[in-house]
Write a protein that binds this ligand. Structure first.
Ligand SMILES: Nc1ncnc2c1ncn2[C@@H]1O[C@H](COP(=O)(O)OP(=O)(O)OP(=O)(O)O)[C@@H](O)[C@H]1O
Ligand SMILES: [Mg+2]
Length: 345
């Protein structure tokens, strides 16, 4: 019989230090009674065999992820795995979901910025045409005026369809990176952390800047494509991530998931790895074509697709403290079998 893992139980206990039972229940999609039983120590998790076998496990949660304004970045074992696709969708979905409707920002620190394009709102030609009015990294002032309004109105763009979503479109031309320093990026992040409920960052590739941003992030999505070279890449990256203490804040995400987790597990086994993926994002066919034709991102125009549903799930993982009310529990009687069923299907 499937059991709740020790990791999950520990995670629930950790979260209980800062969150109420209902928020925790929502983020794990289990009943409040189930959470309560775990907290009362009525549920004994099984010892995890894999730990004693020395398998590399990647599924760790850092407490800060639940307690302050969050700063979320993404890394991948190699390029083109879906970081920008997922971060962009995450930014949009979280702005639509945040209960307080507080503002959220996405900072495009990529050398060749694509966040605006991936949101379907603006291409490089439009940026170049209105260069004087478009906020960029290089225009961020050393000293802000006294009001936070400057960040909202002058230094970031507001998404045309989602009022509480702001975007720092990055650079217009890649050559601007010659003048940008890691300190500048950190200053932008710190200013944004002060006024936005969530700061999402598409990473720069320069190693020094990359590591500076990595160190300041509360949560780091590790976006992996569902294929052998990508999984091999995770094994290659692992010592680097441990060196930079990133494993403590990783949220593993499997992108272009084809519905067969067993194959993925087999590939992981080759490298003695076990990864607790927190989101399984399926392929959304012709995503760019769709945006070019409809001028709308799938998060807005195709909310019923599995892709968007899984992005919503990722929002709950990244921000479990947002009380996102799903279906209210109708029964107050704790049902152990029911809880397992909810957890493991
Ligand atoms: N789940 C998905 N469904 C459909 N297309 C996807 C999906 N994930 C990624 N893609 C496509 O794969 C390509 C690469 O994705 P993306 O640009 O997000 O990767 P990246 O990790 O940000 O790349 P880079 O390392 O170059 O920044 C894009 O064309 C994107 O549209
Ligand atoms: Mg990218």
């Amino acid at each position: 019989m499937s059991r709740i893992s020790k990791d999950t139980v520990e995670r629930i206990k950790q979260m209980a230090q800062v969150l109420d039972e209902e928020s925790i229940a929502n983020s794990f999609n289990i009943s409040v009674d189930a959470v309560r039983d775990i907290l009362l120590g009525k549920y004994e998790p099984e010892e995890d065999d894999s730990e004693s076998q020395g398998i590399n496990k990647i599924q760790v949660v850092e407490r800060t992820r639940f307690v302050r304004n969050k700063t979320v970045a993404a890394i991948s074992p190699g390029g083109g795995q879906g970081k920008t696709t997922i971060l962009t969708a995450l930014a949009m979905q979280s702005a639509l979901t945040i209960p307080s409707q507080n503002p959220i920002v996405i900072l495009d620190f990529a050398d060749i910025p694509k966040v605006c394009t991936y949101m379907g709102i603006m291409g490089i030609s439009a940026l170049a045409e209105c260069e004087d009015f478009i906020p960029t990294i290089t225009r961020w002032p050393v000293k802000l005026k006294t009001t936070d309004g400057q960040i909202y109105e002058e230094l970031t763009l507001r998404h045309p369809d989602i009022d509480n979503l702001h975007i720092l479109p990055g650079v217009v031309f890649t050559s601007e990176w010659l003048q940008i320093t890691a300190d500048q990026l950190l200053k932008i992040i710190e200013d944004c952390q002060r006024v936005f409920a969530l700061v999402i960052i598409d990473m720069p590739s320069d190693r020094k800047m990359f590591e500076a941003v990595l160190s300041i992030a509360d949560a780091v999505l590790m976006v992996i494509k569902d294929d052998y070279p990508s999984i091999e890449g995770v094994a290659q990256m692992h010592p680097y991530l441990e060196h930079h203490k990133v494993t403590e804040k990783l949220i593993p995400v499997l992108n272009r998931y084809n519905g067969n987790i067993e194959d993925t597990k087999k590939m992981l086994n080759v490298f003695d790895m076990e990864i607790g993926f927190e989101a399984l994002i399926p392929e959304l066919k012709d995503i760019h074509e769709h945006m070019m034709i409809s001028n709308r991102h799938p998060v807005i125009s195709m909310p019923d697709t599995d892709f968007v549903k899984e992005i919503s799930h990722l929002v709950r993982i990244v921000c479990p403290d947002w009380v996102i009310t799903t279906k209210k529990e109708e029964t107050s009687v704790f049902n152990f079998k029911g809880m397992l069923k909810t957890l493991f299907g």
